[in-house]
Design a protein around this ligand. Structure first.
Ligand code: USQ
Length: 382
């Protein structure tokens, strides 16, 4: 298949580009390096340096013999995007090209506007390009479990049957996010649904929980092929942060009461899910939504687990509750359904003690590069 990966330089985009190239697909990875720029501007650089996309693609070709075509440009720019789409004519578009940090989106007006404009303009360009030039291509779009928030009822996979006044109708599941970033993903989903029902597009929207991990079979070919790994308060997700904190001897930063429960997924399983979605595409006129997680944990459970595993590896690990910089429920009901991807064939890699130990051991080599001042939350919601 001709596969276009938008946001191909990112934590998920780069391993996805390698995986599809490895499987023999023709891959073009596009990125404008926005995440690198924001990381530099906010002193949130990744744990270790990653070569730029062109260098990584060359390095990958050297060790695997597979090609990833690279294009540096802004998917939110219609002139650039419509041109590249017409040159490459992708059968599958994998869309990761969004500003993914909730804290960054809440930092100030400029960061909020960038998040809103970048995320919505990119998603608009993708569906507009599909409607105009590629009506049969399949879009795989990364959404987030955060679109649903933490409702006091079970979370269905994307849709809810509502009975009202004796009549029934299926609607998008109600969404109420906890950050501007997560809200842009809700707006994306609405945009996708309008374009799907109006122009008969084929779209899979993946509601993913926080991802953890660093290792994939392709990245393990050479450490310089590792994805960008963040542990800072802006781009670091909670498990990745806790693992680094344990190594650095910084008490694990539980925000507030720590009862916040989310659905987590190993990086390896993100790749599986994207491949499974690509292999059995949505039909024309279908907005297919999957909840992309493999298990749920509260922050307290994660902290206890990281503490236990890291202690066994010889680290001294403390856990400390700190004032929550976010506005979110710290104790709540959480019961998402996530059977759709399992039915497509997903075989989960769960967060066992062995998996966690292996992960910690992989990043311990970078211990000297940890900058502890990047760990404390610097952005508050209010
Ligand atoms: N948390 C802590 N301590 C920390 C960091 C986080 O207690 O040091 C808590 C947060 O308050 C939150 C939970 O852990 O309740 C998850 O936080 P996170 O930073 O791992 O995840 P989040 O900001 O929600 O965003 C991440 C990705 C985002 C993706 C989302 C999936 O950055 O791109 O959409 O996970 S989800 O959370 O399901 O919406």
């Amino acid at each position: 298949m001709r596969v276009m990966v938008l946001g191909g330089d990112g934590y998920l985009g780069w391993p996805t580009s390698m995986r599809f190239a490895m499987e023999g697909h023709e891959v073009t990875a596009i990125d404008n390096y926005a995440r690198r720029r924001i990381a530099a501007d906010t002193d949130s650089d990744a744990l270790f340096e990653n070569p730029d996309l062109e260098k990584r693609a060359a390095l990958f070709r050297g060790v695997s013999g597979r090609t990833i075509n690279v294009s540096i440009g802004d998917c939110a720019d219609w002139e650039f995007f419509s041109e590249i789409v017409n040159v490459f004519r992708p059968e599958v578009i994998i869309h990761f090209a969004e500003q993914p940090s909730a804290p960054y989106s809440m930092m100030n007006v400029e960061a909020a506007k960038f998040t809103l404009n970048n995320n919505l303009n990119t998603t608009f360009n993708v569906v507009a390009a599909m409607a105009n030039f590629l009506p049969d291509s399949h879009l795989i779009k990364l959404g987030t479990m955060g679109e649903y928030g933490t409702p006091n009822i079970d979370i269905e996979e994307g849709w809810l049957d509502v009975e009202h006044g004796g009549r029934r109708q299926r609607f998008l599941y109600p969404r109420q996010a906890g950050s501007l970033y997560h809200t842009t993903k809700i707006l994306d989903t609405d945009l996708l649904w309008f374009y799907v029902r109006t122009y008969n597009l084929r779209v899979t929207d993946l509601m993913q929980g926080p991802v953890y991990g660093i290792s994939t079979p392709e990245a393990d070919l050479d450490r310089q092929l590792y994805p960008n790994f963040h542990y800072d308060d802006i781009f670091g997700t909670v498990i990745n942060r806790f693992a680094v904190q344990a190594i650095a001897g910084v008490p694990l930063t539980v925000y507030g009461k720590g009862g916040q429960t989310r659905g987590y997924i190993n990086l390896l399983d993100t790749l599986q899910c994207i491949e499974l979605a690509a292999r059995s595409p949505a039909s024309n006129g279908e907005l297919r939504i999957f909840n992309q997680l493999t298990e749920t944990f509260s922050v307290n459970e994660l902290a206890a687990r990281v503490q236990r595993v890291a202690t066994n590896l010889g680290f001294r690990v403390e856990i400390k509750s700190i004032p929550n910089p976010r506005k979110e429920l710290e104790e709540h009901y959480y019961n998402p359904k996530y059977t759709g991807l399992r039915e497509l064939g997903l075989i989960p890699h769960l967060l066992s003690d062995e998996v966690l130990a292996d992960f910690i051991e992989k990043i311990v080599d970078y211990k000297d590069k940890i900058r502890v001042e990047r760990i404390v939350p610097r952005v508050k919601w209010s």
